[in-house]
Design a binder for this molecule. Structure first.
Ligand SMILES: [Zn+2]
Length: 83
């Protein structure tokens, strides 16, 4: 398996337009068209998580962050699109 040509740390999962991993592909190419402009998806996602107080807090472990997100998800089942 080829390594990502951008980060050289992860396995590449995209072959076109370049050999690249999912995270790097999203950083380069994934956008949402909103109010007349293309906004990077990852910026929108980060802003959304911050608005829900679900962005990772300073000093918070990945595990604790994940647990907090899971707890939020379980408390908000009514917001799911698919059940
Ligand atoms: Zn990468």
């Amino acid at each position: 398996m080829a390594s990502c040509q951008d980060c050289n740390a992860k396995v590449a999962t995209h072959a076109q337009p370049m050999i690249i991993c999912d995270r790097c592909w999203a950083s380069r190419f994934s956008t949402q068209f909103m109010e007349g402009e293309y906004i990077p998806f990852r910026d929108i996602h980060k802003a959304r998580l911050k608005g829900l107080n679900l962005w990772r807090k300073e000093g918070e472990s990945i595990g604790d962050w994940g647990d907090r997100c899971k707890a939020f998800s379980k408390q908000n089942q009514h917001r799911r699109l698919f059940k």
